[in-house]
Design a protein around this ligand. Structure first.
Ligand code: FAD
Ligand code: 8RB
Length: 457
């Protein structure tokens, strides 16, 4: 059998990459540790959803799957902020209707990608856990934990889309120093469910990402097509109060929700069971100095750059990785050159979104309540209105355009400095000299190239 590109992991990135490479005529095999989702179905399990933004959607559209995905998605048009007391407030994400993010069901999206990959000619192998790699002989050992069987495969290159706990990364690390740094956030998360009303309708606004900001921590909720919401509590594991360690049982959790999230508690009849049954999981940023080992192996997605979730960009970034690797593997006949070009292009961008995701936790959990932040945001929207395509809020560049993350990060710095300086000591932004600020904007910021805005802002 001719050696093929062997993709380790049939998750979101692995399945999409298999589709694109197979379509180009490459021989592609996908080895996935889990069972075939077509046999048991994801439908029985919990609904876990993810936010899809413009850059992820653009890659799906190029793969011909945009429409199919959007059909099963719920549009989220802004943040619905739930303060501890008082009325909720809605803060739109964008200026126009299409500037929204989409809540999609992870299991269904993964299934759709796997089916499309197989139709394109990729061979899918389930119950296949990568266990050992002989990089020099280009052979890998896969273990079927179900049948307790082991098999060896020959590969042309190994592509690691096996997630944050990547087995391929561990195997590469035994040969070369990847310069791995693992930075735990110290905060974890727990998923909870908000079921629908008795008549099946949504209990809170369906077209928003809901946030209960509480300073050091927060609760969020994303809508599912079925009328439910998946809520996630983000909180320190320990060392400060409140923390997960203090909430060891469902009774303590309930008392905490009564105190901090009374309106959310009223929406969660199953809190006690969810609390006891769902694990508390950790969050971390993973940084590597090297993503590939010659032309033998390369990492992408969470395996290369796991990030904290607060910008909702892990999957979006992974899909951009897929598009870039697919393109570079066509541009370079030499696989080593393709992998090196991939790392050079994507690593600075991954580092930028990792940093922005960390920053967005602080913004989501407390600055929405801060008067300085609100004034800066008001001016930001005013300038965005006056300079479309030039002064684009950082959130919008990340979520509604394909501006490389590193460029969005840098322009965001410039814009933030301008906003801070212009609003310092200013009570009412209507008193500002906008014409003078227009001059600053033109001096500091070039227009974004049209192809980064295409289909977006
Ligand atoms: P994964 O999708 O994790 O896929 C890895 C695959 O590899 C899995 O199928 C796994 O079974 C398989 N695997 C692992 N080890 C082996 C092995 N040894 N051998 C064979 N196969 C193996 N991102 C967003 O953009 N927006 C969001 O709103 C968002 N929400 C999220 C919510 C949750 C609860 C979580 C956990 C993540 C969220 N993310 C979100 C992040 C997003 O899920 C990831 O960034 C994305 O899935 C990365 O894709 P991947 O293919 O690299 O990894
Ligand atoms: N991983 C998201 C945003 C930004 C929203 C905003 C934030 C849950 C794990 Cl925390 C979070 C965002 O700034 O107003 N867009 O999409 C998704 C988010 O969390 C997801 C659901 C999540 N990711 C481990 C849990």
């Amino acid at each position: 059998m001719a050696r093929s590109h062997a993709i380790v992991g049939g998750g979101l990135a692995g399945a999409l990459l298999a589709l694109l490479l197979a379509r180009r005529g490459h021989a592609v095999d996908v080895f996935e540790r889990r069972p075939d989702p077509r046999l048991r179905g994801y439908e029985g399990g919990r609904s876990i959803n993810l936010a899809l933004a413009a850059r992820g959607l653009a890659v799906l559209q190029e793969a011909g799957l945009g429409e199919a995905v959007l059909q099963q998605a719920v549009a989220m048009r802004g943040r619905m902020v739930h303060p501890r007391e008082g009325a909720t407030s809605f803060l739109p994400y964008g200026r126009v209707d299409r500037e929204c993010i989409w809540s999609v069901h992870r299991g269904r999206l993964n299934l759709l990608l796997l089916e499309a990959a197989e139709r394109a000619g990729a061979r899918l192998h389930f119950h296949q856990r990568l266990n050992y790699v002989d990089f020099f002989a280009r052979r890998a050992e896969l273990v079927d934990d179900h049948e307790r069987r082991v098999r060896w495969i020959d590969f042309e290159s190994l592509i690691g889309a096996d997630g944050a706990g990547s087995a391929l990364r561990a195997a590469m690390q035994r040969h070369i120093d990847l310069g791995e740094r693992f930075e735990p956030l110290g905060h974890g998360y727990k998923e909870l469910e908000i079921p629908p009303e008795a008549d099946g309708s949504f209990r809170i606004a369906r077209d928003a990402l809901h946030i209960w900001p509480r300073g050091g921590y927060m609760l969020i909720a994303l809508p599912n097509t079925e009328g439910t919401f998946t809520a996630t509590l983000f909180l320190a594991h320990r060392g400060s109060s409140p923390c997960f360690d203090e909430l060891a049982d469902a009774a303590a959790a309930r008392a905490f929700f009564e105190r901090e999230f009374p309106d959310a508690l009223a929406l969660m009849p199953g809190l006690a069971d969810d609390w006891a049954e769902h694990p508390t999981s950790g969050l971390a940023t993973l940084r590597l100095q090297h993503w590939h080992f010659e032309g033998r192996a390369v990492l992408l997605g969470d395996a290369a750059h796991a990030m904290v979730p607060f910008h909702g960009q892990g999957m979006n970034c992974a899909f951009e990785d897929v598009a870039a690797l697919d393109r570079l593997m066509q541009e370079h006949t030499d696989t080593h050159a393709a992998f090196a070009a991939f790392e050079a292009e994507r690593r600075p961008n991954a580092e930028a979104i990792q940093a922005m995701a960390l920053e967005n936790y602080v913004e989501m959990r407390d600055s929405v309540d801060d008067p300085d932040w609100r004034r800066q945001r008001a001016l930001e929207l005013r300038l965005a209105e006056r300079h479309p395509g030039r002064f684009v809020p950082r959130y919008s560049m990340v979520s509604f355009t394909r501006t490389p993350y590193a460029v969005a990060f840098e322009r965001g710095r410039v814009q933030r400095a301008l906003l801070v300086e212009a609003t310092r000591g200013v009570e009412d932004i209507d008193t500002l000299d906008l014409a003078a600020l227009d001059g600053r904007v033109h001096a500091l910021l070039e227009p974004l190239p049209a192809h980064w805005l295409a289909g977006a802002a």
